[in-house]
Structure formats: structure tokens, C-alpha cells
Design a protein around this ligand. Structure first.
Ligand code: SDX
Length: 437
């Protein structure tokens, strides 16, 4: 991609530095959809001043053709296709193909892609031993950070990141191996044997087979659970320049190998403000416990002096209902019905959502359920423990990370990411000998 593809001829913005009266005209770019941006490169050169934007609230870090988030309207497109249509008609592996190659595959392309993923699910046997080094009670996300990063040790030499075929193989390996690493992290935490992936199973079935099967008896994956896993992976696959996607772009800009970069994104996703929220939602609902405690917790969430926040609510971009949350909430009903159970936490979650939607504090701030609010209900119904929830998010999001890494590598505007700062430290001063202090 080049600037020419995104530039709007003759549209500019003018920045005037009132402290000096100097001004600069900067090019304005419009994308396919969404807010326009202006290139501030000329400002630093001509005015000697920089932007200041902690949290990048008003900053576009790159151009991307992978996902579009329409925050005010609550819309999400993957390569132009609405998430609702993909959830209804597609599959996770077909979406992986779409995100990586940019178009939906035909039957032959999908079969070839699926064959490649299926035949990269095994880990080097040396990695099986790697798990043994973790504490018995290590959080599975700690194991994911370590083992994904350790993939570098097995593939670093063959990694010419400027070779498209090598980048494609890295993507296939990551998509294929993450469920194996994730399931084995869970099995390690239980002191149980590590089931090998099976090539006759679908992606979602294989993950659940490795999570719950035993070598001592046949295991049949529940088809409802397998379909639910596939849809959860699909709805988590990519989401613009979120914190963990920005991480892989920054890490990748140093030309580090993709496995080390994905490992950095896994660490970023772990935080409760990001992908760790799905685990935090369940812990919050368990702490609330019953509807008669909702008032107390909602009051705490509104109290600026109280660090408590409603996990699973709010979003930097969506100021409307997260479209993924709608899909996942509907899936909750389907999975609970199929398992012929209800979950008091799901009932409580819906009561909390209802109260929040009627409260001016949240409505005024555009705080609605996000992707993390209902996903845990499905996972715990299937039998996946709470500390594995962000691991599931990791499996879904890996394709988004590696597709954005690939886009960054092939963007001729890419250079090493190196932001500036507003220095607020001491002015230059001389060293004082110890005897004189
Ligand atoms: C994900 O970026 C992505 O796309 C991420 C993600 C993806 O797919 O990659 O969508 C996945 O990370 C979803 C978000 C999961 N995190 C949570 O659910 C944690 C709870 N949410 C909050 O921490 C918060 O909403 C964030 C972090 C998600 C967004 O924070 P922002 O954009 O920095 O919003 P803010 O802190 O500026 O909040 C604006 C106001 C503040 O009040 P005022 O200063 O205006 O008085 O809203 C309040 C906040 O206090 N607020 C909340 C709240 N979230 C924001 N108040 C109570 N509960 C909350 N959850």
C-alpha cells in the first residue's frame, strides 16, 4: 500500500503555532470509511513541535485494510464483511483465510488451507518438555507467553521475514499450534497427559479433544461446544489497532521474528483492561453474587475515587453495543439450552446489563457490554475453567495479530516505531560527590 492509495488530493489541515506565529499545511487522508487523518510529519520538521496523545486516543498509528470498527454505530467488518454475516455463514478457518489473504476462499482454496493448518498442529517434542519447567500452578497465560515465544527457538533460523512464503508458513504454524499449546497448558495445570491433535477433527473439535479427552477411553466432542468454540474464535479474530495488535506492530517494526512478536501480544492481551476482562467478568459476577447487590457495585463503578470498574463494559472505540457481544449473548442462550442448564451468573449478567442500560452515568459515557461480557458464560458451561478464558481469546486473536504483522512488514511506510516524549524531568545539573550530599 502507499500513501497515494489513501491520499485525498489538495485536502489539507493547517497547524498554527501561536507562540511563534509559524504555520504548516499538512496533507489530509481519507480511507474507505471512518475518520480522516492528517500526516503530522511536516509539523515536527517545520514547527519543531510534536503531538502529545497518551493512550493514542486521537492518533492513527498506521493504515490497515483488515478490520473496520464503526464505534458510534457499533459495526465491525473483517475485510469488508460484517461480523454478523461471517458469524452466520462462515467458519473460523475461513475467516483466518480471509484475514490473511484478503478475500474469501473458493472450495479448493479452503480445502488446501485447512489441510495445511491441520498438518501443522503438532509441536516439536522438545516443547512438550518445556512445559515441565513451569510451576504446577502457573497461570495458563504465563505458559502461553513462554511457549509461544519459545517457538522462536525452533524456527528462528528459517525465519526470513522478508520472504512472503516464510511469513505465510509462520502464520499457518501459529494458527495451527496455538490450540495445542493452549490445551497442553491446561492439561499441565491438572497434571494430566497431553493429548495429541487429531487430523480428522475440525479446529474447534480438536481444541476440545485436547482439552478434555483421556487416552484411557474414547472421547466424543459435543458438537454444540465445538461450534460454539469456532464462533468464539471467529468473533475474537481481529479488531483494528487494539493494544495487543499495536504491540505486534511495534515489536515487528524492529524486525524481530513473528513468534517473539506474537508472544509480546499475548502478554498485552492478558491485562484485565484488555483480553483479561473475560476472566475478570466472571470473578466480578461471582463477587456480586446476587441481584440485591447490584446497586452497591453499580454505585462503586460510578465512584471516581473507587478503582472498581464494571468488567466487560465500555470500549475505547465502541460507544454503542459491541456487535460481538450481541452474537455471543445469543450463543449463550443456545449453549445453555443445548446443555439443558441455566447459569445464575448469566441471569445476573443480564440483570446487570439491564440496570446499566437504564443508568444515565453509563448511557452518557457510551458504556455497553463488550466482547468480554458474555463469553465466559459459554466457556464455563462447556467446562473450560476461568483462568483459561483469555487463553481462548488468544487462540482466536492470533490470526489478527499475524495478519497485521504481515501488513506492517509489507507496508512501504513502515519504519521502526519510535515515539517521542514530553520530558518533565530535572534540567541539566552537575554530579554531587557523595561526601557533599
Ligand atoms: C477488549 O481496543 C479493543 O478493540 C479491545 C478489544 C479487542 O477486541 O481487542 O475490544 C477487547 O479489550 C475489550 C475491553 C475489555 N476491558 C474491559 O471490559 C475492562 C472494563 N472496561 C474499562 O476498563 C474501559 O472501558 C476500557 C479500558 C475498555 C476503555 O477505557 P477508555 O477508552 O480509556 O475509557 P475511559 O477510561 O476514558 O472511560 C471514559 C469514562 C470514564 O469516566 P469519566 O472520566 O468520564 O467520569 O467511562 C468510565 C471511566 O471511568 N468507564 C467506566 C468503565 N469504562 C469506562 N466506568 C465503569 N465501568 C467501566 N467498565
Amino acid at each position: 500500500m502507499s500513501k497515494e492509495q489513501t491520499s485525498s488530493p489538495r485536502e489539507t489541515v493547517t497547524i498554527i503555532d501561536n507562540s511563534t506565529g509559524k504555520q504548516v499545511e499538512l496533507p489530509l487522508y481519507r480511507g474507505t470509511e471512518g475518520p480522516a487523518v492528517f500526516d503530522i510529519g511536516g509539523m515536527a520538521k517545520q514547527l519543531g513541535i510534536y503531538t502529545y496523545d497518551p493512550g493514542f486516543r486521537s492518533t492513527a498509528s498506521c493504515q490497515s485494510a483488515i478490520s473496520l470498527i464503526d464505534g458510534p454505530a457499533g459495526r465491525l467488518l473483517y475485510r469488508g464483511y460484517p461480523i454478523e454475516q461471517l458469524a452466520e455463514h462462515s467458519s473460523f478457518l475461513e475467516v483466518c483465510y480471509l484475514l490473511w489473504y484478503g478475500s474469501l476462499p473458493n472450495q479448493q482454496e479452503l480445502e488446501k488451507f485447512t489441510y495445511s493448518i491441520t498438518h501443522h498442529t503438532l509441536l516439536h517434542e522438545g516443547l512438550r518438555e518445556f512445559f515441565q519447567g513451569f510451576r504446577y500452578d502457573a497461570h495458563p497465560m504465563a505458559i502461553m507467553v513462554g511457549v509461544v515465544g519459545a517457538l522462536s527457538a525452533f524456527y528462528h533460523d528459517s525465519l526470513d521475514i522478508h520472504n512472503p512464503k516464510v511469513r505465510e508458513l509462520s502464520a499457518h504454524r501459529l494458527i495451527a499450534k496455538l490450540p495445542t499449546i493452549a490445551a497442553w497448558a491446561y492439561r499441565y495445570s491438572k497434571g494430566e497427559p497431553f493429548p495429541y491433535p487429531r487430523n480428522e477433527l475440525s479446529y474447534g473439535e480438536n481444541f476440545l479433544h485436547m482439552m478434555f479427552s483421556y487416552p484411557t477411553e474414547p472421547y466424543k466432542v459435543n458438537p454444540v461446544a465445538a461450534k460454539a468454540m469456532d464462533l468464539l474464535f471467529l468473533t475474537h479474530a481481529d479488531h483494528g489497532q487494539n493494544a495487543s495488535a499495536s504491540t505486534i506492530r511495534l515489536a515487528g517494526s524492529s524486525q524481530a521474528n513473528p513468534y517473539a512478536c506474537v508472544s509480546a501480544s499475548v502478554g498485552t492481551l492478558w491485562g484485565p483492561a484488555h483480553g483479561g476482562a473475560n476472566e475478570a467478568v466472571i470473578r466480578m459476577l461471582e463477587e456480586i453474587g446476587s441481584p440485591d447487590r447490584l446497586d452497591y457495585f453499580i454505585a462503586r463503578a460510578k465512584d471516581r475515587d473507587d478503582p472498581f470498574r464494571l468488567m466487560g463494559f465500555g470500549h475505547r472505540v465502541y460507544k454503542n453495543y459491541d456487535p460481538r457481544a450481541k452474537i455471543i449473548k445469543k450463543l449463550c442462550d443456545e449453549v445453555l439450552a443445548a446443555y439443558e442448564t441455566d447459569d445464575p451468573l448469566f441471569t445476573l449478567a443480564k440483570q446487570l446489563e439491564e440496570r446499566v442500560q437504564q443508568d444515565e452515568y453509563f448511557v452518557k459515557r457510551g458504556l455497553y457490554p463488550n466482547v468480554d461480557f458474555y463469553s465466559g458464560i459459554i466457556l464455563r458451561t462447556i467446562g473450560i475453567p476461568t483462568n483459561m478464558f483469555t487463553v481462548v481469546f488468544t487462540i482466536g486473536r492470533a490470526i489478527g495479530w499475524i495478519a497485521q504483522w504481515n501488513e506492517m512488514i509489507t507496508d512501504n511506510q513502515t519504519s521502526i516505531g519510535r515515539p517521542r516524549q514530553l520530558y518533565t524531568g530535572p534540567a541539566q545539573r552537575d554530579y554531587i560527590p557523595l561526601a557533599d550530599r
